[in-house]
Ligand binder design. Structure first.
Ligand SMILES: [Fe+2]
Length: 348
């Protein structure tokens, strides 16, 4: 184990209820690490291991929006500051980093590389580090993920496995998201040879025929897991949801340079607003923001403030959940700070 170790440390963790694998990768020297496909029910176990190993968790990475379990990525972010990472094509709300094919994330002396492998879902991403590939449900040991829901597409899966995964070095270790028979890993060479669906030079036509005739039941948790996973696995409790710091001083700067297609919203009560507000701001009382989502969406930028930052932050969360990405909220401060700074105030 020298500083020139070509491979990061890899820990494979298992969830018995859903036969899911979670992977913790880290640099033995710097202790920077990433976790792939963490499962909510195993959050305590995983966090304890991260702490015991002294790992500074940089990223909670997902291979896709799982249909059979709920991710703990949101909880890990809250507890470790890790950034949540998905494929841009997965269309997940509340993530920190969305990846395109070929993007790399550094941790310690290593980089993890994103390989877009849609097919099981339209947002599936595999992740490569020298010597190992984390294939999610795209490529399983002697199998592959189903392609009959979540915008699955058998032809795309076939193409991505044969073009992107089967062209990796043969001795690359394959770490899947699941195994139902107690196997832990495989290699690219093995799967190219022995995978009954995709190996042995299987044709696309035969593969598609196999996939179209699986007649599988829906996963037990799909109706719960997919909606939860598209918002990173946390019920957005606004008190826990942390928006980046944006102060009333920042708002003052924005106000000075406000463009025609930008809006400042005061989301206190009408009474508070009438007593004094940021000149030109519009009053949308707290709790009514979702009714105005369609209107607010039309602005390039929307700034929201209140008195202490709490209501603004909650409105921000609600609008983010409604799909808006143009909103900035003032957190931790509000109108009293604006007044104390001597900035202009409008009444009525
Ligand atoms: Fe899946």
């Amino acid at each position: 184990m020298t500083s020139h170790d070509p491979h990061p440390a890899i820990r494979q963790l298992f969830d018995r209820d859903t036969f899911s694998y979670t992977y913790l990768l880290f640099d033995r020297q710097s202790r920077e690490g990433v976790i792939i496909d963490a499962v909510r029910e195993q959050f305590d176990r995983d966090l304890q291991l991260i702490n015991e190993l002294g790992i500074e968790l940089l990223y909670a990475i997902e291979t896709h929006a799982h249909a059979d379990h709920i991710t703990s990525a949101g909880m890990l972010r809250q507890n470790t500051g890790a950034k949540i990472v998905y494929s841009a094509d997965a269309e997940i709300k509340g993530i920190d980093i969305s990846l395109q094919d070929g993007d790399e994330l550094p941790f310690g002396q290593y980089k993890i590389k994103a390989l877009a492998t849609p097919g099981h879902t339209s947002g599936c991403m595999s992740y490569y580090v020298p010597g190992a590939v984390f294939t999610g449900d795209t490529l399983l040991i002697r199998g592959c993920g189903r392609t009959d829901f979540q915008q699955g597409d058998a032809a795309r899966l076939y193409q991505n496995v044969t073009d992107k995964l089967f062209t990796l070095p043969d001795d690359t270790v394959v770490y899947p998201a699941h195994d139902y028979k107690g196997r832990t890993c495989s290699t690219i060479g093995e799967e190219k040879h022995w995978n009954p669906r995709l190996g042995g030079g299987q044709s696309l036509a035969r593969f598609t025929e196999i996939m179209n005739n699986l007649n599988l039941d829906m996963p037990k948790k799909i109706n719960e897991a997919v909606p939860a996973n598209v918002s990173v696995g946390v019920d957005y409790n606004p008190r826990r949801y942390v928006h980046e710091d944006f102060s009333m001083n920042d708002l003052h700067t924005a106000w000075q340079h406000l463009k025609e297609n930008e809006l400042i919203v005061d989301n206190r009560t009408l009474e508070e607003y009438a007593e004094g507000h940021v000149p030109g701001s519009r009053n949308i009382p707290f709790g009514e923001e979702s009714d105005h989502a369609a209107t607010l969406q039309q602005y390039d930028k929307v700034y929201i403030y209140c008195r202490s930052g709490r209501r603004a932050q909650t409105a921000y969360t609600n609008l983010a959940l409604a799909g808006l990405s143009n909103v900035t909220c003032v957190s931790h401060t509000g109108m009293p700070n604006w007044i104390a700074a001597g900035y202009p105030v409008e009444q009525g």
